[in-house]
Design a protein around this ligand. Structure first.
Ligand code: GDD
Ligand code: MN
Length: 377
């Protein structure tokens, strides 16, 4: 297999020589090129050009004077410039160890996958190189949310946010990719059902320089996620909103019929929990029912979650109001939003969890790679 190694760089000068040295050592008897797609504002392009002159293998530099779409856009520019069909994408700061590349290639050469993902979260991998506990928590939470939004396409991928992967560019429509910000792999995987497998790896410390991840990148990522996935979650929100209104209407009706408000609230809640579940079954997750086990099991999981949510939300509310002195209505809104997100994640990942298909094999009823997007996921 010929290989194009794509390295997006933004002010990574001190890492260039070391990266090329380690790539060379790791890939002794391979044919490959390295393409730096560089948006730097410092002397990084000069350092790359110097290194290219003495390199025993082809080192190409694409310096984008007018960068579009940040890191993701740089990777797509790399795909477009690559001479090989198989492209390996990795960071330029040595957080992605070049020594892992042969394992990615070996897996791809088995011939039954479109993309091999180097995962921090597959068993055996680590994410110790993440800067701090906050970064780790953000990474974990956004990974769970992302997987919940694409439970089928990401079923075989534990780390859709990694920037280290080997892709058969013929399995994707490169021109149709719309990268926004940092997460190009997510964009690739969310567009089409690809055959995915992964290898674990240890996410290392940065060799030199500083991270370019920012809060703005985080906001961009959320936008990307919402744009890629508006379908299922908005339907889920509609069902939830409908349930809340139905709950109040039923309670009001029962009280008018002479029932005390406490039993009225209980009856209204039970009725809406059941109708909501049926709406989720037949509307929101209809396409995932056949592969997620028995309906009774799903109902019990969903029912328990709703019960537990009610039991936990009230004390959290009182802590926010009494302890953190947040106005009651704002605090209630915060707990409702948090509960909504948690409920969606729980339903998509636990209640309707697809039974894991054979590693690397496409989902049995998945659209073929050439068929483009499916309607729901
Ligand atoms: N060309 C280009 N343009 N490269 C960029 C840009 C940009 O706007 N922004 C960042 N890069 C390059 C960096 O120079 C580095 O080689 C790589 O992209 C990753 O950026 P870092 O600054 O090292 O960010 P990180 O370590 O927080 O992010 C990495 O880990 C994430 C997982 O937590 C990246 O691998 C992400 O892709 C990955 O999702
Ligand atoms: Mn990094």
């Amino acid at each position: 297999m010929d290989l194009s190694i794509i390295v997006p760089t933004f002010n990574e000068g001190p890492n260039v020589v070391e990266l090329l040295r380690r790539i060379e050592d790791a890939l002794t008897d391979r044919v490959f090129e390295v393409i730096f797609v560089d948006d730097s504002t410092d002397d990084t392009p000069d350092i790359i050009a110097d290194a290219a002159r003495t390199s025993p293998f082809p080192v190409r530099l694409i310096h984008r004077a007018d960068p579009v779409a940040g890191l993701g856009g740089a990777v797509v520019a790399g795909f477009q410039a690559a001479t090989s069909r198989w492209c390996l994408v990795m960071d330029g700061d040595l957080q992605h160890p070049p020594e892992d590349i042969p394992r990615l290639i070996d897996r791809a050469e088995q011939g039954d996958v479109d993309v091999v993902v180097a995962s921090r979260y597959a068993s055996g991998g680590t994410s110790k190189g993440l800067a701090d506990a906050t970064r780790t928590a953000v990474s974990r939470a956004s990974t769970a949310l992302t997987k919940a939004m694409f439970p089928r396409k990401l079923a075989n991928c534990s780390d859709p946010m990694t920037g280290f992967f080997l892709l058969d560019t013929q399995a994707v429509d490169v021109e149709a990719l719309r990268p926004r910000g940092f997460k190009i792999l997510l964009e690739v995987l969310a567009r089409r059902q690809l055959r995915v497998d992964e290898i674990p790896f240890d996410f290392a410390q940065r060799h030199a320089g500083t991270s370019k991840a920012t809060f703005t990148q985080g906001v961009r990522f959320l936008t990307q996620l919402a744009m890629l996935r508006f379908g299922r979650m908005s339907a889920f929100a509609l069902v939830g909103g409908f349930g809340a209104i139905a709950n109040l209407v039923i309670m009001w009706g029962l009280i008018r019929l002479g029932m005390d408000y406490v039993p009225a609230a209980v009856v209204a809640s039970v009725v809406t929990i059941i109708t909501n579940f049926l709406l989720l079954e037949y509307l929101v997750f209809a396409d995932m029912r056949s592969e997620s086990g028995r309906m009774l099991t799903r109902f019990l999981k969903s029912f328990s979650f709703n019960g537990l949510e009610a039991v936990i939300r009230i004390p959290v509310l009182s802590i926010l109001v009494e302890g953190a002195h947040i106005p009651a209505v704002l605090a209630a809104a915060l707990t409702l939003v948090a509960a909504f997100v948690l409920r969606f994640v729980f339903h998509a990942l636990v209640v309707y969890a697809p039974r894991r298909s054979g590693r690397g094999a496409p989902h049995p009823d998945a659209a073929p790679a050439t068929a483009g997007r499916r309607t729901l996921e």
